[in-house]
Design a protein around this ligand. Sequence first.
Ligand SMILES: NC(=[NH2+])NCCC[C@H](N)C(=O)O
Length: 370
Amino acid sequence: MQEADGTGAWCKVTGPSGAPFLGRSSACPMLVLRDVQKTDLPGLKRLAAVLNTVNLPNNEETLEAIIDKSVKSFAGKVKDPFEREYLFVLEDVRNNLIIGTSMIIAQHGTYDAPHIYYEVSEREHYSASLERHLRHKVLSIAYNYEGPTEIGGLVVDPPYRATPDKPGKQLSFVRFLFIAMHRRLFRPRVLAELLPPLLPDGRSLLWEACGKKFTGLTYLEADRLSRQNKEFIKELFPSSDIYASLFPDRVQKVLGEVGPATRGVQRMLERVGFRYVERIDPFDGGPHFEADTADISLVRRYRTVKLADEDFELEGDDVLVAAERESGRNRFRSVRCQARLDNTVIYLPARAKEILEVKAGAKLSIIPFE
Ligand SMILES: NC(=[NH2+])NCCC[C@H](N)C(=O)O
């Protein structure tokens, strides 16, 4: 699962015709973040047909399986919390269009399906007789069987990208809000696998130089296959260290590099506390960013509050607010809006309360949206 598909979830689209004008978005919200439901299949198919990414493949059975797993996860019907996978959707409440998704995988890396990566290290060689001192980058394949929580699957419908509502940021932040609300269900580390620069036709320079030679597969085939099957990686990839110095310069350059469409994601993650951990994707060289869950700024700033009776329709604090339900098809709803906070009491615009479907006295969860 990689974050931002190079489809530019965060890239600036300067007013394409048909881009929805969302106006003073946070004062009068129109978007709801919620758990995916079975009835969202057509909406997700529409989005997948536009984007057809690996995160959201344009394939009915795969989408059904992703939805099913998520519905069971939100409902607590997957017994082991670390086997849960949550899919959030962002819906435009004016026309019920699903305009984006994001995911949390409670644990990436299990006994059945380890998390696989290249550890990047430096090795020095020195010859006294030649007075030659060389430093090499070395890639060592490594496996994690009790891996971190992973965030990924961020996609946004192109006409909505870079609009004032900041749908990409909402979809990204909602995961930290949910993790903060349910710390025991998640691991003490969070991982984001970022996409590296790829060739215009979608191939990977590292894959062409390395993975392809050991598997006989194309990058796309291997990438798709690896969602279900990790065995082939373990069996076919060289188990010994690889000196990156053997690769052409242009291949060495992409190791640990972030692709142009993913730089916005990288900056956002760094702002909330993520760092590059000297680990890269064994297929394409995309860097792994991680943070201690407890240290993520949004998790630290998470609070629970009680909803006040009076409406609040002024400029206040920009927040992401969530409400949860114990039963039913829809367990989680969240909205970005302007709010006034008074200790443990929150005042919300009438529209936000409608979208959240909550009444005065409700217990709500918040993180800042800044
Ligand atoms: N781009 C890829 N599909 N890389 C291979 C899989 C790597 C990933 N960390 C995993 O263990 O599942």
